[in-house]
Design a protein around this ligand. Sequence first.
Ligand SMILES: [Ca+2]
Length: 285
Amino acid sequence: MRRFMKWTLGIGALLATVAALAYAWFVWWPVHTSPPLEHVDEYVWLDQGWGDGQNAALRQRYYYTAQGTSMPQGASDGAVRYSWFVNPVTVNDGQWVELKGTLNIPNCANLTEFTIFAEGPAAGVDLYVDDVNISIPVVTNLLSDGTFESAQGSWFTWGSGTLAVTSARAHSGSKSLLFSNRVGNGPIARSLMGIIQPGKSYQVSMWTSIGGAASAQVNMTQAIGCDGVDSYAWLVNPVTVADGAWVKMTGTLTVPNCNLTNALVYLEGPGTGVDMYVDDAVVTQ
Ligand SMILES: [Ca+2]
């Protein structure tokens, strides 16, 4: 009996020691040797006013930086990114084929490399290039009143509030257009009648900001009238704009080939009491 008790106590002590060692090894040690969690400076949510293009500055900084890594993937000046600007085409022996594309140069502080190359054929296949030509397209802003540096121009609202040029904020220059004292959800609008033509497409962009709230949703809308019948569509879906931030709204306005009787673009979304700003509006074909 004593012998049995001794064995039982012995095995119990052994199990307790093993359990204590296991706890120390699997729980206590990892917890006490893990580095503290890194301080989070800023939370950035997906697609909150990043801009549409893959070269939008905020999209480059956040989207191309994989979470949990410190590898520069477009976020730093040193990262190199590759993209096809002409997809593969079949070229027959003896034939010359024109490869033509648009180069978008990223808006980075320190451009360290920009190389174009023709590639594709495997080993043993000869590759010729000739007549390489690079030109800078002339882009004409069809709006003459998009900067608000001198006047409000033809911008208007049908909402209730005060629409006026302000020096309080500017995306570029020193002034922008401010819609303040807003009651209801009135927009900041511009008619494009006499500027755009039926059957053609245009790029419309403008920068917006809000005030009087931590953030607000803003969208860009088109109103197109054919034979007196207006139809409405969002050129840019609602995006969250934080107080003080400037967000670029860019959309393609496709004008139907009709008897055009109305052509409006406008920013809207924020409710009563929220200030809306617009600056640097550009319409190009
Ligand atoms: Ca301005």
